[in-house]
Ligand binder design. Structure first.
Ligand SMILES: [Zn+2]
Length: 855
């Protein structure tokens, strides 16, 4: 093995200076997959195929031997070829190019093949290697690949960029009692002794991040879909959950597929449909064609599931199914446009549920799902635009977050309103047809949409897509002789340079016996609502009554005592969001006042999505914006309000939400005793169904309060029979332990990457570790948690940095915690801007709490 870096640099420079060909700039050899490298390879390579074989032993301590034949056409053969492989060099055993042995040159995460081994036209590179395990997620008796955004290169040598789509011919050798699932249809399987070989057909053309398989001890269910059948692998053992879920899961996939085929007018575009439920999966789901992966707990629900859990399951299924068209069929050129596939997946998922629920429920769900989450980032100093730059795929993980998942659908809804539904749909259909099985960028889509509208989409695009932030809205309402004489609204940015967010928004006048709603085209910094002139003065005005407007909306304080004359759950929901956002900004209401208002609302609000919204807000205010010393005094009244509301609510789901909120906030001795009894006897309050997961959460809640029963956690562990759930529980246990030494040891153990592999469990454990009731002893972990962030980003999956930060910082409120963050940023002036932004996003509450508690 030799390192020829310097030789190659000289060679490359010479070639670059005298080439004069049409292909892109010659890339240097550097870590990751740079944009320059990707553009260069796209300009000289096509027709890529991977023929891959993995020999997977049952024992995860033994390595996986693999072979690969990578074939492709070269248009130009002048430069050294870089094949991505982010692993130790020793794992490459032999390379042949077009039948000839090639020395292994592994430099800066690339295998380098000298041009004299290659030619224009077809080339074939054979590699014997040991598979890297960075993205194989090996467990005791199963594994699954997860390659998004650039992790395929950690397992096998490849061109790991989304616009070099390829076909895959996959062979898997596994223990005889394992099942497997991949992108393509199964050709055949051969048993020999205690081993089994699965041969798959040639796959459809896919980007490397969509190539995937899973194998292990799974159960399997099948369901007829079109001419073939869909397969489903899972490890759930709870018969009630299986009975309750499997058919429902298939039915929902079938409904989502049909919706997408009708809406896009394109039949399901891949050879096979299937999915797999993974215990403690890192994400909610991942859209690999033929083997969508889901977090098992999101799919398997039992009779105790709340509407919210059922909605979340419908959503994730619709989201991943929509990706088959948006992302899988038409893929972004580069990961800076990853938001496009996410926005469409979310937007289409919403649309497919609109079909089932009707407009009013849809609007309410859209509001509750997207606006609070989008504001949660966009109100912070660390916000990012929907579309960002990306120089190297190794930083692609930082593109993800609530802006692309939640602000982008809001933007898309406004865009659809601006264009009109039919024109918008026609534009999207044209886009999908034009770029099917290929790649496209946001400018490609905007160019097509522009043909279908007279509005200036480029201008619109600039503020909504390429810029951050939201507007703060104010108003003037004047009267003369009880008639409106002037009514105008103005907007200015919350931060930064003057700009206007053009949007259509509703404003509603409330009278004792009627309402009147106006639609306002809010496309300038100040607009007059001339339609309202001469109208009788209302009791109060509600701004953004339909909930589709984006920004910090004003509140007419005359609304507060009249909140429950609003018949529409959507209007009330908008009011809750508006009041909460203003409270955070120190406008109109203080945290204590809003807490009282919501406590009162608990007794009156019947709509489940709203009960969820206000119980969530209540918990936030209580833990983040009420000082610890005041919390103890406040607890009995809040406990009483929640318990009382729970008993008076009729719907079981509302009861459950209120019980969960009670379990989240309780502090008094009597509440402790009551909940301990419920947990110990496993006897739920009347009208309530509690599942094993609920009792697990309750056990953790009680342990945080340090109840007398010191064997509580061990007792709960002994009640859990499913192996995967036991592993999760055992992992979290020390983070909840009453002993500080256990918690210290747990935090220390996270320094090792091998202790962080189950990221979803790490997130849960951190939440308990940093719970407000434990902060006095946990604040000391904060500096180290920040120091670890850049390593977390390099070694973890895409959502891990933000999950790490959120789970750590969500509930801190002290000036001391705020200082830790400020000190860290000051000490590291050259810190990665994208990670710094993530810190500022997660720390927003801490800084606001510091301000709000000062006043
Ligand atoms: Zn997605």
């Amino acid at each position: 093995m030799v390192n020829l870096r310097n030789v190659f640099c000289v060679l490359l420079m010479m070639l670059a200076s005298c080439s004069g060909t049409k292909y892109s700039a010659v890339p240097k050899i550097e870590n990751g997959v740079s944009k320059t490298l990707a553009q260069y390879r796209k300009s000289v390579i096509n027709n890529v195929q991977y023929n891959l074989q993995f020999d997977i032993p049952g024992d995860r301590r033994h390595s996986i031997t693999a072979t690969e034949v990578l074939s492709f056409d070269l248009i130009v053969n002048k430069e050294a070829l870089q094949i991505d492989f982010r692993e130790e060099s020793r794992k490459i055993r032999a390379i042949k190019a077009n039948g000839k042995s090639v020395p292994v040159i592994h430099d800066s995460e690339h295998l380098i093949i000298d041009p004299h081994y290659l030619g224009t036209g077809k080339n074939e590179i054979s590699i014997d290697f040991e598979a890297g395990e960075g993205a194989l997620n090996r467990n005791a008796d199963y594994l699954y690949t997860l390659f998004v955004p650039d992790r395929a290169r950690t397992v096998f040598p490849c061109f790991d960029q989304p616009d070099l789509k390829a076909t895959y011919l996959l062979t898997l050798k596994v223990p005889v009692n394992w099942k497997a699932i991949a992108n393509a249809s199964l050709k055949d399987s051969v048993v020999k002794g205690d081993r089994k070989t699965y041969h798959y057909a040639t796959s459809d053309t896919l980007s490397t991040y969509l190539f995937a398989f899973a194998a292990g001890k799974f159960d399997k269910a099948v369901w007829p879909v079109g001419k073939g059948e869909a397969e489903f692998l899972y490890r759930e053992t709870d018969t009630a959950k299986i009975k309750h879920s499997v058919n429902e899961i298939f039915l929902q996939h079938t409904a989502s597929l049909k919706f997408m085929e009708d809406w896009t007018q394109i039949p399901y575009p891949f050879q096979k449909f299937g999915f797999v439920a993974i215990p403690d999966f890192q994400f909610g789901g991942m859209e690999h064609p033929g083997n969508i992966q889901y977090k098992a707990s999101a799919l398997f629900l039992d009779a105790g599931a709340t509407r919210d859990q059922l909605n979340a399951r419908t959503n994730v299924i619709a989201h991943e199914t929509a990706h088959m068209w948006f992302g899988d069929l038409v893929t972004m050129n580069w990961f800076n446009d990853v938001w496009m596939k996410e926005v469409f997946a979310n937007f289409m998922a919403d649309k497919s549920t609109e079909n089932l629920t009707g407009k009013e429920v849809f609007d309410l769900k859209f509001l509750v799902d997207h606006f609070p989450a989008a504001y949660g980032i966009d109100r912070t100093q660390g916000s990012n635009p929907i579309r960002q730059d990306l120089d190297n795929l190794k930083d692609a993980g930082t593109m993800y977050g609530n802006i692309i998942y939640h602000k982008a659908p809001i933007m898309m809804q406004q865009l659809e309103r601006l264009m009109g539904r039919e024109k918008f749909q026609a534009g999207i259909r044209e886009y999908l047809k034009k770029f099917a099985h290929k790649n496209a960028s946001w400018p490609d889509l905007i160019a097509i949409l522009s043909k279908h509208t007279s509005s200036d989409l480029q201008k619109w695009n600039k503020v909504w897509v390429n810029d951050t932030g939201r507007p703060v809205i104010d108003y003037v309402l004047e009267q003369s002789a009880n008639k409106v004489s002037k009514f105008s609204m103005s907007q200015k940015p919350e931060y930064g340079a003057a700009r206007v967010w053009p949007q259509l928004v509703e404003v509603k006048f409330y009278y004792p016996d009627r309402t009147k709603e106006f639609t306002v085209n809010f496309n300038r910094a100040e607009v007059d609502i001339s339609e309202a002139i001469g109208a009788e003065m209302p009791l109060f005005v509600q701004f953004n009554s339909s909930g589709q407007g984006y920004g910090l909306w004003p509140a007419d304080l005359k609304m507060l005592p009249e909140l429950y004359i609003m018949n529409s759950p959507l209007n009330r929901s908008t009011a809750y969001v508006t009041l909460y956002e203003n409270m955070l900004n120190g406008r109109y209401v203080k945290p204590g006042q809003l807490l009282t208002l919501f406590m009162d609302g608990l007794q009156k609000e019947k709509e489940e999505l709203n009960v969820k919204l206000i119980t969530g807000y209540l918990a936030n205010i209580y833990w983040e914006f009420i000082a610890a010393k005041d919390r103890v005094a406040l607890a009995p009244a809040l406990e009483h309000a929640l318990w009382n509301a729970m008993q008076h609510q009729v719907l079981p789901n509302n009861k459950k939400l209120l019980f969960k909120a009670y379990q989240d906030i309780f502090l008094s001795a009597s509440a402790k005793e009551q909940l301990y009894k419920i947990w110990n006897d496993q006897q739920a309050p009347a009208g309530l169904k509690l599942t094993e997961d609920d009792y697990t959460a309750l056990a953790f809640s009680l342990a945080l309060r340090e109840v007398k029963d010191t064997g509580l956690l061990s007792k709960q562990l002994s009640r859990i029979t499913n192996t995967d759930r036991r592993i999760r529980f055992e992992f979290i246990m020390p983070a909840v332990s009453p002993k500080v030494t256990d918690r210290d040891a747990f935090f220390k153990s996270l320094a090792l990457k091998s202790n962080r592999t189950k990221e979803s469990n790490v997130g849960s454990a951190l939440y308990y570790l940093h719970h407000p009731l434990r902060q006095a002893s946990s604040i000391k972990y904060l500096p180290e948690s920040l120091e670890m962030l850049s390593e977390i980003q390099t070694t973890g999956d895409i959502f891990f940095p933000q999950n790490w930060l959120q789970a750590t910082f969500s509930y801190y409120q002290s000036a001391e915690a705020a200082k830790v963050i400020r000190d860290f940023l000051q000490r590291n002036p050259g810190y990665s801007p994208k990670l710094k932004a993530k810190i500022l996003q997660a720390a927003d509450h801490v800084f606001r709490a510091e301000q709000l508690l000062k006043n």
